[in-house]
Design a protein around this ligand. Structure first.
Ligand code: 6GU
Length: 228
């Protein structure tokens, strides 16, 4: 998979060089390019924002640098999907991650300030598929942290990125439930025992216990997940 990121804070994405995604980059499973939006400005101050038409607080990102950046990134691209992180977008879920993991080319456009001039989305939509995606119902200062989270969620679903694919299937959200509690050695720690069923060797009983734990936890913490 190819991923391009346009941002005014390229160093945010240095962290993608570590851990599993760093390995995916090294091995060629993931090809990542980070572009500094300010490289597409032409004034001495490398200005990327301006005051909003109609008034109001805050600043809006100017369309021209975005237009040039996306022209360059999309030039010759084969069926790319452009994603703008935005609290006004559709909510990102594990299903979103699964769908996006099948794409061959993702382009993330990280907005800052009060947002990006609407015409950037309108224009990009004429050259590529465009989606606005939110991490949830809270406000971040910009899209960078959201994009880091999305890339981690998507990247680990690319075949070969996670060493043992079986570790993907029993996780929270993969079957619509929260995951069951996990234990490792020692069997007693600070007087706290591991649930005896896990030491029983009875695989049927263990599977049943884990399923009950998932249901109990989901009912208690996230009843909304059981509604549908
Ligand atoms: Cl994707 N961006 C920003 N700026 N804030 C958010 C968000 C995204 N998702 C939730 N809050």
């Amino acid at each position: 998979m190819r991923i391009d990121i346009v941002t005014i804070f390229p160093t945010f994405f240095d962290a993608l060089d570590i851990s599993l995604l760093g390995k995916a980059k090294t091995s060629g499973l993931l090809e990542l390019a980070v572009h500094d939006l300010r490289d597409f400005t032409h004034d001495r101050h490398r200005t990327v924002d301006d005051t909003p038409y109609g008034g109001g607080a805050g600043m809006v990102m100017k369309p021209e640098p975005w237009g040039e950046a996306l022209d360059e990134v999309l030039d010759g691209a084969e069926d790319p999907l452009v994603i703008f992180p935005s609290p006004a977008g559709e909510v990102f879920t594990q299903a979103t991650a699964r769908a996006l993991a099948t794409e061959q080319h993702l382009v993330f456009g990280c907005g800052r300030y009060e947002g990006i001039d609407q015409r950037v989305f309108d224009e990009a939509s004429e050259h590529a598929r465009v989606r606005l995606v939110s991490m949830g119902d809270y406000v971040l200062n910009g899209g960078e942290v959201a994009v880091m989270a999305m890339i981690e969620a998507i990247g680990r679903l690319i075949p070969g990125v996670v060493g043992n694919p079986e570790s993907l299937v029993e996780e929270s959200h993969e079957n619509g439930l929260l995951e069951y509690p996990s234990y490792t050695k020692p069997a007693v720690w600070r007087g706290r025992e591991v649930p005896p069923v896990l030491l029983s060797g009875n695989h049927g009983a263990i599977a049943e216990w884990r399923r009950e734990q998932q249901l109990e936890r989901t009912r208690r913490v996230r009843p909304d997940l059981l509604a549908d």
